[in-house]
Design a protein around this ligand. Structure first.
Ligand code: PLP
Length: 430
């Protein structure tokens, strides 16, 4: 047994499923998870002494590669002054100012400790502000593990949601309506059928959580118009896309102004940080300015703020980061396409900037139902073949890959070569 296998066996007796977040257990791809010991630049190193090229980057935060010097230095400087005060600090003001400066629609912002916390707070604020109870979300969009979001579509395309996890009550599910992504007509129908009851429409402006799925032309604009017509707030969940698709996130890239925005991942530079923000009149209902309660003992933690500030400052001051990510992303996607052709496959690649997914299906993928047509056993074999060649992909078909600036042209070529071989191997094993 490898050290990773030994650690996993022991972990399973101590931690549910052996992991602190489900996807890490590799259940969707088979095999056992690698236990990571360290990381530097584009590489991960596991407990078994193997090196892997990173295409997850902690699900986004390590957009500048691992152990990025300015972020490390900021944290080293900060830890000399104690780890937490539970009192206001200068860094929180600087952080808020920077976020307001970078993210077009954000006028005021509140820091929290995770993306999940950010989305839970954002819908409470939307409900408090509008005095309405219901929300609309989209099938396949992930907004963290808050009860209101763990909702599956009911029968039929446009219906009331049902709990998607034991422990979520039917009453909670009844307040979450679901629609297929990229389907404006469904959203319109939900808003009409629940007239004056919908507090907010929440979505990933580019989806990362059913694999990478792009909004079709007019979709985001259409949702904005429908929200305005019905007095519902538009919430962009930019936990994944924020500071990634542009310095100002997807809203900058697509030129759409949501009312509220949730942020996470990159915003903490690898530390547990989330945030929600938006229009000043809406954010002013948050306590203690207003009546909607939301709090956090460790929110705005000085070490976490130091890491996040260093990360965001660097991104804000180096627009060439995004040019580089575009180029690297395009090269990879192009190389993967060639690999598919060589393997005689007509599968779909969705790509934007530094996010992309190779879907093992010939269907175009614009929503969750289409994503689910993928050949999942083939993906599992492909994933393991890539791992064997030292490339660490997200261990599920329904995830996006995240590129960092640490990927050199030489590494891109290595990954493209590994992709070609892995596709052939996965097919031959069928
Ligand atoms: C990761 C993610 C979340 C949840 O963030 P956590 O920090 O894992 O709680 C919410 N929304 C989106 C779009 C995400 O990608």
């Amino acid at each position: 047994m490898t050290t990773s296998e030994q650690l996993f066996e022991k972990a399973k007796t101590l931690i549910p499923g052996g992991v602190n977040s489900p996807v890490r257990a590799f259940r969707a791809v088979g095999g056992h998870p690698l236990f990571i010991k360290s990381a530097q630049g584009p590489y991960l190193y596991d407990e078994d002494g193997q090196q892997y090229i990173e295409l997850i980057n902690s699900w986004g935060p390590m957009i500048l590669g691992h152990a990025f010097e300015p972020v490390e230095k900021a944290v080293r400087d900060a830890i000399q002054h104690s780890f937490s005060f539970g009192a206001p600090t200068r860094k929180e003001v600087e952080m808020a100012e920077l976020i307001v400066d970078m993210v077009p629609s954000v006028e005021m912002v509140r820091m929290v400790n995770s993306g999940t916390e950010a989305t839970m707070a954002a819908i409470r604020v939307a409900r408090g502000f509008t005095s309405r109870d219901k929300i609309i979300k989209f099938e396949g969009c992930y907004h963290g593990h808050g009860d209101s979001f763990l909702i599956a579509a009911g029968s039929g395309a446009v219906t009331m949601g049902v709990p998607d996890s034991p422990g979520v009550t039917k009453a909670t599910a009844a307040d979450t309506l679901t629609a297929p992504y990229n389907d404006l007509a469904s959203v319109e129908k939900l808003l009409d059928n629940n007239y004056n009851q919908v507090a907010a429409v929440i979505l990933e402006p580019v989806v990362g959580n059913m694999g990478c799925v792009l909004p079709e032309p007019g979709f985001l604009e259409g949702i904005r118009t429908l929200c305005d017509k019905h007095g519902a707030l538009l919430i962009f969940d930019e936990v994944m896309t924020g500071f990634r698709l542009a310095a100002g996130g997807a809203q900058e890239r697509f030129g759409i102004r949501p009312d509220l925005t949730t942020m996470g991942k990159i915003i903490g530079g690898g530390m547990p940080v989330g945030a929600y923000g938006g229009r000043a009149d809406i954010m002013s209902v948050v306590s203690p300015a207003g009546p909607v309660y939301q709090a956090g003992t460790l929110s705005g933690n000085p070490i976490a703020m130091s890491a996040g500030l260093a990360m965001l400052r660097y991104l804000n001051e180096h627009p060439e980061v995004y040019t580089q990510l575009e180029e690297t992303g395009s090269k990879l996607a192009e190389g993967f396409r060639k690999g598919l052709v060589k393997a005689g496959l007509n599968y779909t690649i969705n790509h934007i900037g530094s996010m992309f997914t190779l879907f093992m299906t010939e269907r175009s993928v614009t929503n969750f139902a289409e994503a689910k047509t993928c050949d999942l056993p083939l993906f599992g074999r492909y994933f393991r073949a890539m791992l064997k060649r030292g490339v660490y992909l997200a261990p599920s078909q329904f995830e996006s890959l995240f590129i960092s600036t640490a990927l050199t042209n030489e590494l891109v070529e290595q990954i493209i070569q590994a992709n070609e071989e892995s596709l052939q191997e996965a097919l031959a094993e069928a």
